[in-house]
Write a protein that binds this ligand. Structure first.
Ligand SMILES: Nc1ncnc2c1ncn2[C@@H]1O[C@H](COP(=O)(O)OP(=O)(O)OP(=O)(O)O)[C@@H](O)[C@H]1O
Length: 304
């Protein structure tokens, strides 16, 4: 099977899993900085939505605010974030209490940060970190089930389960990043927000990991918001792309459409700034998934 772009995902025929309306985030500095201005987007189940734009345009601020991970001086000045649960019912994310928010994160929506590979706890093993996250959300889980699930998520991201006993410093950068992605998948969230998840890695490892994210999405049907300034890469992996400029989403459309018929002058400028985009949209990651990355059963060996 070859993984190809599915325009129906992009066309919005699938149900929404997350809706952001009119979101404005201000840094209460002197003078105040409106980092996100009236942002709106709908994320559909199982789609990869790319968020592009140059450094400082507000991508990270938007991602943090969606998850309420923003810290002062950042303040959500207005807007709504609604999570449409698969189990039924809508969650008003901005109104969740701290307890509700802790349950929401990882379980419904998880985030892989910029440089997440440095976010692993240096003094505990991979096993302990996966176990703690699992048990925080599923306190009744048996030890056998915790072990099984931990091994399973590592296998899925191409890390040998024998690495459960390793400390962060014993793993390569690529492996640490895979472990963080495994952590983000651990509780089978419906949405994963990935902020430059592979930027610090070399190109080969980066492509392998991205291939796996696309493959896992196809298998497990979670939705991804994928943030990067690397537009060629987004064009390869995204169903739809939102382009941000100075805090505003200036264009949002199907990746193909945006590549061929960008409407906003800034998007055209952005496309023009990557010479590699003068030809056809790259298909390396999507078409290469099955041939060059993991076997379909997910029982991959270990990678860098
Ligand atoms: N603590 C802060 N106080 C004041 N302004 C801030 C603060 N943090 C970020 N900003 C400003 O908010 C704007 C958006 O920053 P943000 O980090 O969200 O952009 P970005 O698109 O994610 O950039 P990058 O790709 O470099 O991570 C920038 O103008 C930035 O200078």
């Amino acid at each position: 099977m070859t993984t190809t772009l599915q325009p129906d995902r992009a066309a919005g025929s699938r149900a929404a899993v997350l809706t952001v309306e009119d979101l404005t985030v201000v840094y209460e500095a002197d003078p105040p900085v409106t980092a996100v201005r009236n942002a709106g987007l709908t994320l559909h189940r199982g789609e990869i939505l790319g968020l592009a734009g140059e450094s400082g345009c507000g991508k990270t601020t938007l991602a943090y605010a969606i998850n309420r991970l923003h810290r002062p001086p950042a303040r959500i000045a207005s807007g709504r974030v609604t999570f449409h649960d698969r189990a039924g019912g809508d969650l008003d994310v901005l109104a969740l209490t701290d307890v509700e928010l802790r349950a929401f994160r990882w379980e419904k929506l998880s985030m892989v940060f910029q440089g997440a590979m440095n976010a692993l706890n240096p003094v505990t093993t991979v096993r302990a970190q996966l176990r703690d996250t699992l048990l925080a959300h599923r306190p009744g889980l048996s030890r056998a089930r915790v072990r099984e699930r931990s091994e399973e998520v590592l296998r899925r991201v191409g890390v040998d389960p024998r690495r459960l006993g390793s400390f962060a410093h014993e793993l390569s950068g690529g492996m640490r990043q895979r472990v963080m992605i495994a952590m983000a998948m651990l509780l089978e969230p419906q949405v994963m927000i990935m902020d430059e998840p592979t930027t610090a890695l070399d190109v080969v490892v980066q492509r392998e990991i991205l291939g796996e994210i696309v493959r896992l999405r196809d298998e497990l049907d979670f939705a991804v918001v994928f943030i990067t300034h690397d537009l060629p890469l987004l064009l390869e992996i995204s169903d739809r792309i939102a382009v941000m400029l100075a805090g505003e989403i200036v264009e949002l459309g199907a990746a193909d459409q945006l590549h061929r018929h960008a409407r906003h002058p800034y998007t055209r400028r952005l496309l023009g700034s990557f010479p590699s985009l003068s030809g056809a949209r790259g298909a390396f990651i999507r078409s290469g998934v099955d041939e060059t990355t993991a076997p379909a059963d997910g029982t991959t060996g270990e990678r860098a």
